[in-house]
Design a protein around this ligand. Structure first.
Ligand SMILES: Nc1ncnc2c1ncn2[C@@H]1O[C@H](COP(=O)(O)OP(=O)(O)O)[C@@H](O)[C@H]1O
Ligand SMILES: [Mg+2]
Length: 357
């Protein structure tokens, strides 16, 4: 992986909210993380934890009119001058120049972003012509090359097809081709393989890695499945109910997770090749509508919750090496409460074994 240590994106205390009938919904609540050029960062968490709204905030595409970035900064260093993406209007010329040019995004369900009434080729050509000053003929040639690059065979023929004539995996490949047509600095992939079966998922993830090696862009890989990012991300951000609850290198997340939520997520990864049922985390993500601050939102589902967890919001504890955790157990005062069973952390599928016995 062509990771260097040059900063590409620095998100500081990002807050994105929705106005709802009930009041305020804090979808992204004081989220901070950074990303280096060429790096792959994973963002994981269950559905409803704020992953997509974080991604949309980075693109300055928060759903209007109810959604709004209300605090923090999104410093982008992909240009000569650093810029704060959050300070621009979503429809400004600056944002339009960045979106789909320097930062592009692929979504979970390609049918929602591919237009069913145009051929795949037409849509690819349009993407090419939007970013590059080329004529139709040349754009067509590039579109064919791009389809070949993402592993679609007989691209000259396939280019005439409509999205519904593609399989799910092929559509996702076409989406990737489209997202990469501008040669972006950053590719945000929001659950790009969730709708695919595991074999195709592995192929798409491999493809993304090959393309990254080739083109050198940074990737933010968003998923609810820690298994997906195991082999590809260098660092992982774990989100819960709009918060970053843990952030560390992928290795630390897998072998020395600190947050009880991260540990629970690890236990819900099925063993490779097994047909075991997923062990899901008991309970659900809280409704973020009008959620009062001043406690740990994970406490109701946490097997290690203490009184303090129901009374005060946990601060972020940093080990000075970049491993960050938002959990009272990592306060010196409560260190003795940590029944840190490493066994459990290192063997994520033990509990699943138990369940299926
Ligand atoms: N357009 C919207 N209007 C109101 N609330 C929204 C909207 N989109 C998302 N939300 C809320 O924001 C929170 C985070 O959503 P999202 O980022 O989509 O979660 P994830 O991608 O992790 O599943 C959820 O509580 C969701 O209900
Ligand atoms: Mg989502």
């Amino acid at each position: 992986m062509a990771t260097n240590n040059e900063l590409l994106l620095d998100v500081q205390n990002l807050e994105t909210q929705f106005r709802t009938e009930e009041g305020i919904l804090r979808a992204v609540d004081r989220v901070s993380f950074h990303l280096n050029k060429g790096e792959t960062l994973g963002i994981v968490g269950e559905s409803g934890c704020g992953k997509s709204i974080t991604a949309k905030s980075l693109m300055n595409l928060v759903p209007q009119p109810r959604g709004k970035i209300v605090g923090g900064k999104i410093m982008y260093y992909g240009r000569n001058e650093p810029m704060d993406i959050s300070s621009y209007h979503h429809n400004s010329s600056e944002m339009r120049a960045i979106r789909g040019n320097e930062i592009s995004m692929i979504f979970q369900e390609p049918m929602t972003s591919l237009n069913p009434v145009f051929t795949v080729g037409n849509q690819l050509m349009e993407a090419v012509m939007l970013h590059q000053k080329v004529g139709k003929r040349e754009a067509r040639q590039r579109a064919v090359e791009m389809l070949a690059k993402v592993g679609i065979s007989t691209p000259e023929k396939r280019i005439e097809r409509f999205p519904h004539e593609f399989s799910g995996g092929m559509r996702q490949r076409a989406m990737i081709a489209m997202a990469l047509s501008c040669n972006p600095h950053l590719l945000i992939a929001d659950e790009p393989t969730t709708a695919l079966d595991v074999t195709v998922e592995a192929q798409i993830l491999n493809l993304m890695q090959d393309l990254q090696d080739d083109m050198g862009m940074a990737i933010i890989m968003i998923t609810h499945d820690l298994g997906v990012i195991a082999g590809i991300a260098t660092r992982v951000v774990v989100m819960y109910a709009g918060w970053v609850v843990e952030m560390a290198t992928t290795e630390e997340i897998f072998y020395s997770p600190k947050h009880p939520y991260t540990k629970a997520l690890l236990q819900s990864i099925p063993k490779i090749g097994s047909r075991q049922r997923l062990l899901s985390i008991p309970g659900t993500v809280p409704d973020l509508n009008n959620l009062e601050r001043g406690w740990c939102y994970f406490a109701p589902r946490c097997s290690q919750a203490m009184d303090v967890c129901r009374q005060q919001e946990p601060p972020l504890f940093d080990d000075d090496g970049g491993h960050v955790v938002k959990c009272w157990l990592w306060d010196k005062e409560y260190a003795d409460q940590r029944n840190d069973d490493e066994q459990q952390a290192a063997e994520p599928s033990t509990a699943a074994d138990e369940l299926t016995k």
